[in-house]
Ligand binder design. Structure first.
Ligand code: URA
Length: 430
């Protein structure tokens, strides 16, 4: 295999064979293909795209780069999984896991860390004192069997090609390519052995997919990859023009997820948790439809069993489930509304960048983060704001950081005369 020749052919818009794609990926993971050639290949793909056959070959090559786990066979149950394409304030896994587990469906999931403006579930969970995210595959399976739920970091042996490629894409402006995203997500789902998966495809200015048309294309490609792997896939396209829920920042998001499993929490977030749980229950081996799934999800949120599942889960991974033990930032500043009116826009990306600059996220993999800091959006799109009354709350390490975040947040808000409302769920593609 001549890497330069494959890059040239892809650059010229030719289709590569499955064997060529496989050889390129295997060479990259072994270290025979250097980063600069892989980067050139990714950029050629960004401009030329991949055919369905190439996307399938890339996904299969990525799965084959490491170990696979057959969770369903090891648990003797149908295993359902969920994945989000990445958003702002997205703490769905932390709330939906306990809901699904409380309904009697095993929930064993491998999650990722945040990079760039999107947050990661592992970072959020690590704000819980004592919580251990590094479980071996055996520990994960054992915990799901005994407690019904486990969430851990992806082991180094699972899809190592994605780990390497994702880091390279992140620094070469090649993340936002539909086929590369589809292959990245589906290779991990296939390798982790899910029987069915609910994919939350985020759409809008805070997401990788800015338009509904791009999000539909991504959903279509992930469906095709799922079909070929014998995995049932449901894609829920959801709005990411504004943050999900109110909290953005690790410990703040865990607190919001805890409030939600306690039967409270912001309306939009709870709605999406119930929606995702209903889809997951309908795909599980419980034999219920989505409507019954919704009723069961609502019931466990109201009767305390989702909260009990959350407590069991957090304790099983060494954490303290008491939200009073979450770290607090020393400075809390309220941002007053400059005028009276209705929030017409709350830019998800700007809120995310403000939270990141407070220390809640990282720009480079491996950087430490501050779990306590972040933003709580007290007013969101469609809600009334009154001049002088708080629009948002900033949790910062010091006054200077709070000051900078206030300027950034005010630029994220647009207040007008008319309320602007848009649905959260934009489409469901089965
Ligand atoms: N999430 C992933 O796991 N991979 C991508 O490429 C984008 C979002």
């Amino acid at each position: 295999m001549h890497a330069a020749e494959l890059i040239e052919r892809k650059r010229n818009g030719e289709e590569l064979s499955a064997a060529e794609v496989r050889a390129f990926i295997a060479g990259y993971v072994r270290g025979d293909v250097p980063d600069y050639q892989a980067a050139a290949f990714l950029m050629a793909v960004w401009f030329r795209g991949l055919t369905p056959a190439e996307t399938f070959a890339l996904t299969a090559a990525m799965v084959a780069s490491g170990e696979t786990v057959d969770l369903a066979a090891r648990l003797g149950r149908r295993v359902v999984d969920k994945h989000s394409t990445g958003g702002v304030g997205d703490k769905i896994t932390i709330a939906v896991g306990p809901v699904v587990a409380a309904c009697g469906v095993p929930f064993g999931k491998m999650s990722g860390r945040g990079l760039g403006h999107t947050g990661g579930t592992l970072d959020k969970l690590e704000s819980i004192p004592g919580f251990r995210v590094e479980l071996t595959t055996d520990e994960l399976v054992e915990q799901v069997r005994e407690v019904g739920i486990a969430v851990a970091g992806q082991t180094a042996d699972l899809v190592p090609a994605d780990k390497k490629l994702y880091a390279l894409r992140d620094v070469t402006a090649t993340i936002d390519q539909v086929s590369l995203i589809a292959a990245s997500i589906m290779s991990k789902k296939i390798a982790a052995g899910a029987s069915a998966v609910v994919l939350d495809v985020k759409v809008g200015e805070g997401a990788f997919m800015r338009t509904l048309a791009d999000a539909r294309e991504l959903a279509r490609e992930m469906h095709a990859l799922g079909d070929q792997a014998g995995m049932e896939v449901v894609c829920v396209l959801t709005d990411m023009d504004q943050p999900l829920g109110r909290a953005v920042g690790n410990a703040l998001e865990v607190r919001e997820a805890w409030e939600t499993v306690s039967g409270r929490g912001p309306g939009d977030f709870r709605e999406l948790v119930v929606d995702a749980a209903a889809q997951l229950l309908a795909l599980s081996d419980l034999g219920v439809d989505e409507e019954e799934g919704r009723l069961r999800a609502e019931r466990v949120l109201e009767d305390g069993s989702a909260l009990a599942a959350y407590d069991r889960w957090v304790r099983a991974q060494g954490g303290d489930p008491d939200p009073g033990r979450l770290p607090l930032a020393p400075v809390v500043r309220l941002v007053p509304a400059p005028v009276t009116g209705y929030v017409r826009r709350l830019g998800a990306r700007e809120v995310a960048v403000a939270a990141m600059e407070l220390g809640a996220g990282r720009e480079v993999a491996g950087e430490p983060i501050d779990h306590a800091v972040g933003v709580v959006c007290l007013r969101k799109r469609g809600e009334k704001a009154t001049a002088g009354e708080p629009l948002a709350e900033i949790h910062a390490r010091d006054e200077a950081a709070a000051e900078a975040a206030e300027v950034a947040l005010l630029a994220a808000y647009e207040i007008g005369d008319e309320p602007e409302r848009r649905p959260l769920v934009l489409d469901v593609i089965r």
